[in-house]
Design a protein. Structure first.
Length: 542
């Protein structure tokens, strides 16, 4: 049956692809992050440098004995906790997205506790300037953006012993997942300073909700530059000092991915920057970017601003920063998956239910491939008609392989059957199937998207396993319409395949199982009609 062959091919292809990626990770040449001196281009956020200067090296994390105080900020989209120690964002909740296991709670991206650490951290390098170990002062411990207020500034202040004043200002925007992080430096000392700023994400290698073995997703760092494009860097490669971090660049961003969500530092403009990836301790890593600030003479000021995005991974994020939309991982079939999901979103806009949208999209795809599917089913229907003749031939030439093959080819020629006729149409559909598979699996819109009744989340498994059982039943019905394989072992395998796939689909998201059921039902109707048509024609010819 066509779906079984597609899924088997999918499993085989994914296995080969995974082995190839694993081999590349194990044998790639270690690349150490470096930086070549150059004069940066001017930008709105960085003061233009009058002379080339060396970039400071990536910061080392040294545990501070000091403790800060939490400062809470609430907008329409998020609730944030910032610690006065370093001005780190130590907790961030997305108010419009639910927790994976408890719908009554918001989804937590950043957090810092005994078992899980995932924070946004920044600091200044050079002289006595504050790193993430410095304690800032703040006027209030609670900020709330009011209705109609477009932006809210939350300033943190630090003063050095030699008269330098540093303001670290967080700018929150209503109805936005972007937070602008700004350093404003006033050099009240007697000497010129050459500071740099680092913006990093610190995280251990935990996977929210646990790893998915049947539907794998990526958790870890990612970089993007115009030269190297989108690049994932596994935690394991950082640990082995094999992290392929982009070279020094005047563009690009650095982020941290997990299923459905992303956090990323997005430096603006064409300004020189150095990316880095480091292991801080056992299972704790940091990835980030260092940017220079212009030389600040005594009595002068300078500033730098870098936006931080923390929110759902969506294709439309390319409007926020180039390449950020690639954080939606459609795999190597992105070129097909993107238009498929666009069509699915368009249908959802009309029907208002993602489950119904999946059904209608499956119908459209089936109609698009109707001629190819018909050719495949027509070939199988003819094979079903001549199955008794094939059985007699196999019995007649059981001890002569050469005569058996010749007799079978003569039969195919006489009956005008191409034994491979059903394969090519199926192969054509495989990329579309795989693209749809990843479109449903990788889209945050499917989280807690209800269908009807007990299906309240298409991104999770059916809680009562009704859909997988229906999928198995549909596969069994479809198998009855196919010709019985002449090989007894193969026939036995075809009989147990519906049961095997039903069990496998117990672990698949309901949205994917729904697509499979609809695809099978449409295939059954099409195959039944063609079988009946071929049978009638055969009887008429007889």
């Amino acid at each position: 049956m066509d779906f079984q062959r597609i899924l088997l091919f999918l499993v085989f292809s994914f296995s080969i692809y995974s082995l190839w990626e694993g081999w590349q990770r194990e044998h790639q040449i270690p690349v150490q992050p470096g930086f070549s001196s150059s004069t940066p281009a001017p930008s709105q956020n960085l003061v233009k440098l009058d002379k080339p200067k060396e970039m400071a090296s990536a910061p080392d994390v040294i545990a501070s004995s000091q403790k800060g105080e939490p400062v809470t900020v609430r907008t329409d989209f998020m609730q944030v906790e910032i610690n006065t120690l370093g001005g780190d964002i130590t907790r961030l909740e997305l108010l419009n997205h639910h927790d994976t296991n408890d719908k009554s709670k918001p989804f937590v991206v950043f957090e810092s506790d005994a078992g899980q650490k995932y924070i946004a951290q920044t600091g200044l390098l050079g002289g006595n300037l504050p790193t993430h170990n410095a304690v800032f002062s703040v006027k209030s411990n609670n900020y709330v953006i009011t209705p109609g207020q477009k932006a809210l500034e939350v300033p943190f202040t630090y003063k050095t012993a030699n008269g330098i004043t540093v303001s670290k200002i967080f700018v929150f925007h209503n109805d936005s997942y972007l937070v602008d992080v700004k350093y404003a430096i006033n050099n009240g000392s007697k000497d010129a300073i050459d500071p740099s700023a680092y913006f990093q994400i610190v995280r251990n290698d935990f996977v929210p909700g646990g790893p998915s073995h049947f539907v794998p997703t990526y958790t870890g760092p990612a970089f993007y530059t115009e030269k190297d494009k989108f690049k994932k860097v596994e935690f394991s490669s950082i640990e082995k000092h094999k992290a392929d971090v982009p070279a020094a660049s005047d563009n690009g961003w650095v982020g941290m991915l997990q299923h459905y969500f992303v956090s990323a530092w997005l430096p603006q403009g064409k300004t020189e920057r150095e990316f880095f990836a480091k292991q801080l301790s056992d299972k704790l890593y940091s990835v980030g970017v260092i940017l220079p600030i212009a030389t600040i003479e005594p009595g002068k000021d300078a500033s730098i601003t870098v936006p931080l995005y923390v929110g759902p991974a969506q294709s439309k994020l390319d409007n926020v920063a180039e390449g950020l939309g690639l954080t939606v991982d459609y795999g190597f079939l992105t070129i097909i998956a993107k238009p498929i999901f666009w069509l699915l979103t368009f249908i959802h806009g009309m029907v208002g239910n993602w489950g119904v949208a999946i059904i209608l999209l499956t119908v459209l795809i089936k109609l698009f491939f109707f001629p190819l599917s018909a050719a495949s089913y027509r070939s199988m229907a003819k094979m079903r008609v001549v199955a008794p003749k094939l059985t007699r031939i196999k019995e007649q030439y059981a001890n002569d392989r050469e005569k058996l093959n010749r007799a079978m080819m003569d039969l195919y020629k006489t009956e005008k059957i191409n034994p491979m006729g059903g394969c090519f149409p199926v192969l054509i559909q495989i990329p579309v199937f795989m693209a749809l598979y990843w479109s449903i699996q990788s889209s945050v819109e499917m989280r807690y998207a209800p269908f009807f009744g007990w299906i309240t989340d298409l991104s999770k498994t059916d809680p009562y396993f009704v859909l997988p059982v229906l999928m198995g039943v549909s596969m069994f019905v479809q198998s009855r319409l196919n010709p019985t394989p002449p090989d007894p072992l193969q026939a036995k395998m075809m009989q147990i395949m519906p049961l095997v796939f039903s069990i496998v689909f117990f672990f698949f998201p309901a949205g994917l199982v729904l697509y499979s059921i609809v695809n099978n039902v449409l295939s059954i109707l099409q195959q039944w009609y063609i079988n009946r048509l071929i049978s009638t024609d055969t009887k008429g010819a007889a």
